[in-house]
Unconditional design. Structure first.
Length: 148
């Protein structure tokens, strides 16, 4: 990647179920991340346990009745978690804590985060990385982002 992450900048590594707020305690050349906060999504049971109703029907004026799509409860939960992550980042930004922010998330989650971030948080973004690194240890995340 070859990112130069400034000292005290935050790296937000998240997916649909977990968000890690990391702070660079090292230098831009040799990042060393410390965990500031970890957020995890609540349990998301199988769809059969969440909504057992059949999909709705639409009565069209000139065509036969058609079915609507079934609600994807898991997708809704993912978007809600991304919104909560953006809200936590906004709250941290109000205290003036992160000097810069690097967002690391899969493309779908990154898109929801972009939509939900306020202008102040958006102005602090240094880079966006469309990868899922939540299962990697901190030293591996630092190595991948810095390109070392």
């Amino acid at each position: 990647m070859n990112l130069r992450i400034p000292h005290d900048a935050w790296v937000i590594v998240c997916d649909a179920r977990k968000a890690m707020f990391l702070r660079n305690e090292g230098s831009p050349d040799e990042p060393r991340f410390a965990v500031e906060q970890v957020k995890e999504a609540p349990a998301n049971p199988p769809s059969a346990q969440q909504g057992t109703e059949r999909p709705g029907r639409l009565q069209n004026a000139v065509a036969p009745t058609s079915a609507t799509d079934a609600t994807d409860w898991h997708e809704l939960a993912e978007k809600e978690f991304a919104r909560d992550t953006a809200a936590a980042l906004k709250l941290a930004g109000q205290s003036g804590r992160p000097r810069g922010i690097v967002l690391v998330a899969p493309p779908r989650i990154l898109a929801v985060l972009r939509q939900r971030l306020d202008a102040q948080s958006r102005s602090r973004i240094l880079a966006e990385v469309d990868k899922d690194l939540t299962k990697y240890p901190l030293h591996e995340i630092a190595r991948i982002l810095s390109g070392a």
